[in-house]
Design a protein around this ligand. Sequence first.
Ligand code: AMP
Length: 548
Amino acid sequence: MEKELYFKDLGLSESILTAIGKKGYEKPSPIQALCIPRLLEGTKDVIGQAQTGTGKTAAFSLPIIDKIECSKNVQAIVLAPTRELVIQVAEEINSLKGKKKLRILPIYGGSNIVHQMKKLKEGIDIVVGTPGRVIDLLNRKNLVLSDIQYFILDEADEMLNMGFVEDIENILQHTPSEKKMLFFSATMPKEILVIAKRYMRDYEVLAVKNKELTTSLTEQIYFEVTRENKFEALCRVIDIEKDFYGIIFCQTKNDVNDIALKLAERGYDADCIHGDVTQSQREKVLKKFKNQTINILIATDVAARGIDVNNLTHVINYSLPQEAESYVHRIGRTGRAGKEGTAITFVTPREYRKLLHIQKVANTEIVKKKLPKVKEILKNKESNFIETIDSSLEMKNYETYNKLAKKLIEKNENIEELLAAVLKVALGDELESDTYQEIEETSFRSDSRGEMSDRGRRSRKEMHDPTLDGLTRLFIAKGNKDGMNVGQLVGLICAKAKIKRNLIKNAQVFEKFSFVSVPFNEAEMVIKAFQQEKVNQGKQSLVEKAKK
Ligand code: AMP
């Protein structure tokens, strides 16, 4: 059997390992396990074959963060084909740099060039950019690449498809001959190897080998959801079932903790396990899950290994796993022992390509369905309740309440109203529609790159509004119940983080929490400004990046 690798086995420094721990990553993805040691060795240039969503950004950025130091000139440049990807990559690098003082700048067309020029003048260590804007800034002599140690091409195949070859060659002319080059690509067309031969010195191709996989006969479905709606969608999926008994898989420990907390707050019988949970606590949780004291278990892939529960009704992929093999392992936990089971996967626009890849490698069909409507859920809950009352009447197990019932009937003439009041006390808001939040219908559209765009939420104008592209979504752990409204939320953020009001977009205030979107740099400023403000007995920051 292959030896299981952890991040600490890959040769990364302690400070990087701490940053990875903070992100909640438990285990390197296959492409990370393959690339990180080779990049740390630094003897050869590398072409990594990896899909988006397999952890390739961390695969190339962790060794780079570890190796470079803050300096006068740019040390590394990452080229990516779209603004969206540039922002994602810059965010990921920023969140992995830990305590290291590195300055990262995303540059892309449509955003404020004067601001980017100012930042470059102040000093930047890692630039992440689209080719067009990079060339623009090189021509203006604001961007200097003569000292770079790393040149990274992300989604190289897309770059070629989009006709960026000349631009890439142009940018390469501004770089020193002595540098490491890394290309990452989902597919490996001939042209990439041609460019590699022309510009790379000694290089190797690193690709994760796909194993033969077979999936069980579990029903497999997926729902298209946006990041912001995932949790609400999860509640609906659980509530539509009469007897939900399932495992919810997340990619990171942080997500596991977060969902467990939110589910508990909403009154579900849920608990969680992940790599930081002690052995004795893990055993306690598993015991509760097996004897169905709790019916929801939230787990990472690593922590869920070896759990033998046979009668699960559901496995939910809150986020897609990094490899098809994990998908198959996850869903194989339901539909066992001749029982029917359902595997549900939430897919955001960013994850759609990965879903296609998993389907292909796992040789399986995952069928798209629509999320249950609130009306349907309430109807189901009502008929379940009526069934429970019928069986109680049959069993006559309510005798202790006979006297009280008599008293209440004597006092109240209107039996219908009396019963309604009793139901309200017994059920609370269980059957009321406003316990659910709106989920806007989303329809993802595949564009020419096979990427999904989220057509339902963003209008065409918004899609082309540069100020909305590449925004970072922030989660604020305060909502209506804390007396917050949109105006106060925006005011609070402006005052505390000292940012302009018009930079805050799409503020949404819910009962217990809120969201706003702000540009990349401002997002860091807001998080920093609120760093000292904690909630949940000091365990969580008031403002965090919204989870996927
Ligand atoms: P990428 O392929 O770089 O687009 O990464 C896809 C997602 O996986 C990002 O949201 C990362 O934060 C996340 N990710 C990367 N590496 C890991 C890991 N080792 N464990 C869990 N999540 C990860």
